[in-house]
Design a protein around this ligand. Structure first.
Ligand SMILES: Nc1ncnc2c1ncn2[C@@H]1O[C@H](COP(=O)(O)OP(=O)(O)O)[C@@H](O)[C@H]1O
Ligand SMILES: [Mg+2]
Length: 380
């Protein structure tokens, strides 16, 4: 058995965004101290952490100094250089291990891992440079999606190619040195499974969540959608297989496309808590953030059971276009849960917060939470 890291200990987090903020809130509630390391200051996580260390992920001396002052290191952001994880691991356990990040932060390595391990993916081609794009398009056909190999999020660094003539424009628009071309999947819907694995291989999952996107950014998540239980079981087994194959200690989300024939296609992996698991903060016995804490501290995993049917909406910076959203109007629903991430600058498309509502079932909760979001910008 791995030695447990107990309350009173200090957990270090590489990254400082909203995922780290919610992790810190969960960890502090259980009596842990939390330190964050990132290039920013007054960050969403730094505002609620015991210590906000500011440094570049490539500054390995700074990473070493950070790691030497904590008992375990985890992540809330996967685009940390592998070297930073390795440096931290010379001082304390790093969970999940740096190799998990290394795989999940690069679409080609991620696709190679998934394909090699026998998990279903869309057909894909490696596009190391502009010269190889034409051949890749010939082999895959159109429509296809060109994605940067690294540093993509919220649909950034992606372009759909409908005809070979659009290759140049797509290449320019993603501005990539290295890319992956994927076959376009005509999906019926998008779903995800957030799951956790403990130090001794214990596994827990949050079932299937349906994710509705707008402009490639997650808009609404509804846990436990009405789909064939066989598909749910299959998705959970794929997630279990991925966490085992990567030897993950921590939380990992598998994003899927569900096709019209009921086939599951793995879209991508996120080796950390995920936006589609935010409902768990208010609607589960154990949130995905507490679960991450339990996993990386070698504690028993918590119960993922739902307290009530729920749904979550993201709050993007666009909601601030005509001034401060009307929080009182949304909170007129007394069971609505409002989460804001402490970001001062409300840019369009930026994730500023989220809301979770409850209902008789997921669709009822979704109607309520969407209505609450509409109330935010309704002017008298
Ligand atoms: N191959 C594809 N076929 C169809 N839609 C896609 C494909 N790849 C991405 N998308 C759409 O774009 C969204 C964002 O793409 P994703 O690869 O998950 O990148 P990100 O890192 O931005 O989340 C997906 O959730 C999906 O809606
Ligand atoms: Mg995605």
């Amino acid at each position: 058995m791995s030695r447990a890291i107990l309350p009173g200990a200090t957990v270090g987090v590489l990254g400082s965004g909203q995922l780290g903020r919610m992790f810190a809130l969960a960890a502090r509630r259980m009596g842990y101290r939390v330190h964050t390391f990132s290039p920013g200051d007054d960050t969403p996580m730094g505002q609620v952490a015991d210590r906000e260390a500011v440094g570049d992920y490539a500054d390995l001396d700074a990473v070493a100094e950070f790691a030497s002052r904590v008992d375990v290191v985890t992540f809330e952001f996967e685009n940390v250089p592998f070297e930073a994880a390795r440096t931290a691991s010379e001082h304390v356990p790093v969970r999940p291990r740096g190799e998990v990040l290394h795989t999940a932060q690069h679409r080609q390595r991620e696709k190679d891992f998934l394909h090699g391990a026998g998990f279903p993916t869309a057909p894909f081609e490696h596009v190391p440079d502009r010269a190889t794009l034409g051949g890749a398009l010939e082999r895959l056909g159109t429509p296809a999606v060109l994605k940067t190999a690294g540093f993509g999020y919220d649909g950034k660094g992606q372009a759909v190619i409908h005809a070979p003539e659009q290759a140049e424009e797509a290449w320019q628009s993603i501005g990539a040195g290295e890319a992956v071309l994927e076959g376009f999947v005509e999906f019926e819907r998008e779903i995800s499974v957030v799951a956790a694995r403990g130090c001794d291989g214990e596994f827990a999952h949050y079932g299937v969540t349906e994710n509705r996107h707008r402009d490639h950014i997650l808009d609404v998540s509804i846990p436990d959608p009405d789909i064939d239980p066989k598909i749910t079981a299959n998705a959970v087994e794929i997630a279990r297989g991925v966490l085992e194959a990567l030897d993950v200690v921590g939380v990992l989300c598998v994003e899927f496309f569900l096709t019209h024939d009921g086939e599951l296609v793995v879209n991508e992996l996120a080796p950390r808590p995920h936006n589609s698991g935010h409902f768990s903060f208010d609607a589960c016995v154990t949130s995905q953030f507490e679960q991450q804490l339990r996993a990386v501290c070698a504690l028993p995993l918590g119960d993922t059971r739902r307290l009530r049917p729920s749904a979550m909406v993201n709050l993007l910076g666009d909601l601030w276009d005509n001034g401060m959203p009307d929080w009182r109007a949304a909170l007129a629903d007394p069971s609505l849960k409002l989460h804001l991430y402490g970001k001062a600058d409300a840019r369009p498309g930026r994730k500023m917060g989220h809301m979770t509502a409850f209902g008789d079932d997921g669709e009822d909760a979704a109607r309520r939470v969407i209505a609450a979001r509409e109330a935010l910008t309704r002017r008298p």
